[in-house]
Design a protein around this ligand. Structure first.
Ligand code: CUA
Length: 194
């Protein structure tokens, strides 16, 4: 009597089941399909990274989430849109269960905009559809994203990381207005979309 093979996978298939050549051919096809899919995804990642400035957030900057409201960059009076001397704009926001503070910010079109966000409690998400803005907002870290709005209009800003029972209701807005209009707004109007 022959020794049974030690590896059951190496044993020939019993009669009546799919022949080994067919199995081998099917496996080859799957391997080729998977390789093609990986290649397509890789091309998409590289292409959107170059053409659309889509890339993983890389800002590593720590902050104490327990004192956000008391001192430092994210005190209430410093939140919202701030025009910089070089003509660009910086927007500071706090994400917390279940709102962004402030709930609406105004920025000028065709201008470099830097968003700086941090969380006061749990992980939230910061996403502006149809732009390159998409990042997590992790407590203890400052999320920084740069963009430029080509078109005027109102961008919805949903929290897209599940953060608790009120997650679905956590929205804010970014209002993009013409440059000249932005220049005529007061600091309060820029931060409250009035
Ligand atoms: Cu905040 Cu989901």
């Amino acid at each position: 009597m022959a020794e049974p093979p030690t590896n059951p996978l190496a044993a020939p298939l019993p009669d009546g089941i799919v022949p080994a050549e067919v199995v081998a051919r099917t496996e080859q096809r799957w391997i080729k399909m998977m390789a093609a899919m990986l290649l397509i995804m890789l091309v998409v990642i590289v292409a959107t990274g170059i053409a659309g400035a889509m890339h993983p957030p890389s800002n590593v900057e720590v902050i104490d989430p327990t004192t956000l409201h008391l001192r430092g960059e994210f005190v209430e009076s410093n939140l919202g849109t701030a025009a910089q001397p070089d003509g660009s704009v910086t927007v500071r926001l706090i994400a917390q269960q279940y709102e962004f503070v402030p709930r609406c910010v105004t920025v000028p079109a065709g201008t470099p905009v830097m968003f700086r966000l941090t969380s006061a409690d749990v992980v939230h998400g910061f996403l502006l559809p149809d732009t390159n803005v998409n990042t997590m907002v992790v407590p203890g870290f400052v999320a920084e994203v740069r963009t430029r709005f080509a078109n005027e209009g109102e961008y919805a800003m949903p929290c897209h990381e599940f953060c608790g029972l009120g997650h679905h209701a956590m929205w804010a807005h970014v209002r993009v207005v013409p440059k000249e209009w932005f220049a005529s707004l007061t600091a309060v109007q820029r931060t409250h979309c009035e």
